[in-house]
Structure formats: structure tokens, C-alpha cells
Design a protein around this ligand. Structure first.
Ligand code: PLP
Length: 393
């Protein structure tokens, strides 16, 4: 079965046609190294700086505050390790959350092994941190607060502007992993008092293996990668011009189309959510009902395994994701679903459907028709479900 309906846009997105067209010339025609002096290299340099401008504009930053990396994971690593090292004489305490992407969590674990202390803030049942708890976790030795903009599993959007205010008030740097947010929700680093921000190309219609980090002017960050003088010596290595052009184009397009596309997606998302909740008993929405990414639908179905749902959905050409085992290579359910307080059993029956510009009303209707059938089929095979239903009868 080939995938006919792709609803896993939080995992990655297809490269947009306009982005693909913009990239192509930089493989064969304009192949010059941006650091060289002859004409063809100047085309690369020009493209590099244009993309930097497009990215900066998309998040309200200055052009010189954007540094290109190889993706969201590298940007996250660079923010945490770079600031930790640069400020190690100032303090050794970092505040983050329990629901971050592993690019943040595993970097924090590494820092903990190297003399840093990390506070992992819990979240409420909707996946939001509590601002009072954030503020009371601040210590004299706190050097960085890192809270993701929007969660990749449950879609919850954090009160980023409020977090920025708290960080500024206490003179602490604020980093946000905005990989799921850039191009999907409005971001303004100045207004939101963000000091560092991570983004990635392939989550917004750009290519994989390209990302960027915004570093506010004057914020000290040690480089992760040494070598040439590229990216003002903050990130060595010959620039991935094609990828960079693609990221710039993707950010520009997504920002320009955001208000129209958001309206369309919100309609589809809410149709999907309310349709499933209505049609399927023992189902619940995970994440915040309104402060959530416009394309994110994450629902738990009691008495079934999310993995089994994925297989049955794949069999009818639908690509989705679950918050249960196997996908992550471990038996534990997702750390995010655990953090919002879901019991193991319920977390194992979670399904994430993430919509983007490729999805239509027909897609949503098809999935809405099929999911209740699939859930019922799986529940019919579950001895636990039978027992519960019989007890109620
Ligand atoms: C995808 C993702 C990342 C990692 O980005 P890559 O470009 O795949 O390395 C980091 N954080 C979040 C929230 C993500 O969704």
C-alpha cells in the first residue's frame, strides 16, 4: 500500500514545489563555494545572505542574528552547550521542561554529567508549564531557561512571551526550540524577548538537514564545530547553500501564507478532533484544546495499542504516528504523554495526526470514517475491553 493520505507532518513535511524550484540551480549552476572570490561564488554568497534575510524576517530578528546549522537538533545542542560553556563561570543551572524534544533532553543529560544542574519543569494536564513554578525555580546560578515554543507530540503552545518577560526580569537567557512553531504560528523574537531560537527546514516544507539558530546580538555562545570562518566563526563548514536557499524560501512562503493557511487548518483540525471524540467512545484529546498547533490532533483511545492502529491505518494508505512503544525503540510510552499524567495504558493507545498544506477536507472525512471502524476492530480483539463493556452492561 502506498501512502495516499499523509498525516504525519510533525515528523517531516514534503519539500514544497516552490522550494524545490528555488534550490535546484544551486546544485549544478551555482555550485561555487561562498567563501571564494570569483563570480560564480558570489552567486552563492548572495543566495546565502538573501536566505538569512528571509529567515530573520520570518521571526522578527536582525539578519546578522541568524546562523545556519544542519537542523533542529544541532541548533538545540548549540544553544544549550554553547551557552553553558560560555557562561560556566557565571553559573551552572539550567531550567527546561519535562516535555522537550530529545535534542534538548539528551543534551541536558550530557550537561548534567559535566557539572551542570538541570531543573525539568513539570506541566499541567494540557501540557503547559506554570509560570510561578518557572519563576520559583530560578536560582542565583541559573544561566539559561529553555522552553519549547510548541510541542511536537501534543501541539501545546507555551506562553512564550510571558516566559521571555520572566527571563529578562531576572537577567537570564531564554532559548526556545521553535522547530514546530516557525512557519506555523506567529513569532517575534524581539516582542517575545527570546534570546536564542532553534528552527529546522523539514518541518515547514523545506529540505532535511538544514536548520538555523537565532542568537540575539551580544549573547555569548561557544561554537560546537570548529574549522573555517563561516557563520562568523560560530559554525564552521562550507555552507549548505542549496539547503539554506530552501530554508529561506520555506520560511518566507510559510510566513506570507500563515493567516490564510492557519484558518484552513484550524477548521480541518477541529473537524477531525470533534469528529473522532464524537464517534469513538473512551477517547480523549491530548494537549491544550485551543493553545495548540493548527495542524495537531493527538487522541488517546483506551483499550487499544497505538501501534496496531498505525499498521491498520497504513494498510489503507494513511500515514500517522503514535505515542507508544516501538517507534521510539523503547517499551515506555512517550515522556510527553507521561508528563501530562496519562496512565500507561491510555498513553499506549495514542494516535497523532498532524495536518499541513497537503491535507484536504476529503482526507479528513476519509480518516473520520475509518478510525471508528479500526478502533472497534481492535477493541473487539481486546479481552480487557470486553470485560469492561460487559461489566457496564
Ligand atoms: C523535529 C524536531 C527537532 C529536530 O529537528 P531536526 O531538524 O530533525 O534535527 C527538534 N525539536 C522539535 C520540537 C522537533 O519537532
Amino acid at each position: 500500500m502506498t501512502t495516499k493520505i499523509y498525516m504525519d507532518n510533525a515528523a517531516t513535511t514534503p519539500v514544497r514545489d516552490e522550494v524545490f524550484d528555488a534550490i535546484l540551480p544551486y546544485f549544478k549552476e551555482y555550485y561555487g563555494n561562498a567563501s571564494s572570490v570569483y563570480s560564480i561564488a558570489k552567486e552563492s554568497k548572495k543566495a546565502l545572505e538573501k536566505a538569512r534575510e528571509q529567515v530573520a524576517k520570518g521571526i522578527g530578528a536582525k539578519t546578522e542574528e541568524i546562523y545556519f546549522t544542519a537542523g533542529g537538533s544541532e541548533s538545540d545542542n548549540m544553544a544549550l552547550r554553547g551557552v553553558a560553556e560560555a557562561l560556566k563561570t557565571k553559573g551552572n543551572h539550567i531550567i527546561t521542561t519535562k516535555i522537550e524534544h530529545h535534542a534538548i533532553l539528551h543534551t541536558c543529560e550530557y550537561l548534567e554529567k559535566n557539572g551542570y544542574e538541570v531543573t525539568y519543569l513539570p506541566v499541567d494536564e494540557f501540557g503547559k508549564i506554570r509560570l510561578e513554578e518557572l519563576e520559583s525555580s530560578i536560582r542565583p546560578e541559573t544561566i539559561l531557561i529553555s522552553v519549547m515554543f510548541a510541542n511536537n507530540e501534543i501541539g501545546t503552545i507555551q506562553p512564550v512571551g510571558e516566559i521571555g518577560k520572566i527571563a529578562e526580569k531576572h537577567g537570564i537567557l531564554f532559548h526556545t526550540d521553535a522547530v514546530q512553531a516557525v512557519g506555523h504560528v506567529p513569532i517575534h523574537v524581539e516582542e517575545m524577548k527570546i534570546d536564542l531560537l532553534s528552527m529546522s527546514g523539514h518541518k515547514l516544507g523545506g529540505p532535511k538537514g538544514i536548520g538555523a539558530i537565532y542568537i540575539r546580538k551580544g549573547v555569548p555562545v561557544q561554537p560546537l564545530i570548529f574549522g573555517g570562518a563561516q557563520e562568523k566563526k560560530k559554525r564552521a563548514g562550507t555552507e549548505n547553500i542549496a539547503g539554506i536557499v530552501g530554508l529561506g524560501k520555506a520560511v518566507e512562503l510559510a510566513t506570507a501564507e500563515m493567516s490564510v493557511e492557519t484558518k484552513r487548518l484550524l477548521h480541518l483540525r477541529d473537524q477531525l478532533i470533534s469528529g473522532i471524540l464524537e464517534k469513538v467512545p473512551y477517547s480523549r484529546l491530548n494537549g491544550h484544546p485551543t493553545d495548540r498547533l493548527p495542524g495537531n490532533c493527538n487522541i488517546s483511545f483506551s483499550y487499544i495499542e497505538g501501534e496496531s492502529m498505525l499498521l491498520l491505518l497504513d494498510a489503507i494508505g494513511v500515514a500517522a504516528s503514535s505515542g507508544s512503544a516501538c517507534t521510539s525503540g523503547s517499551l515506555d510510552p512517550s515522556h510527553v504523554l507521561m508528563a501530562i499524567g496519562l496512565p500507561h495504558g491510555v498513553a499506549h493507545g495514542s494516535l497523532r495526526l498532524t495536518l499541513d498544506r497537503g491535507n484536504t477536507e476529503e482526507d479528513v472525512n476519509f480518516v473520520l470514517k475509518k478510525i471508528p471502524e479500526i478502533v472497534q476492530k481492535l477493541r473487539d480483539m481486546s479481552p480487557l475491553y470486553e470485560e469492561i463493556v460487559n461489566k457496564k452492561a
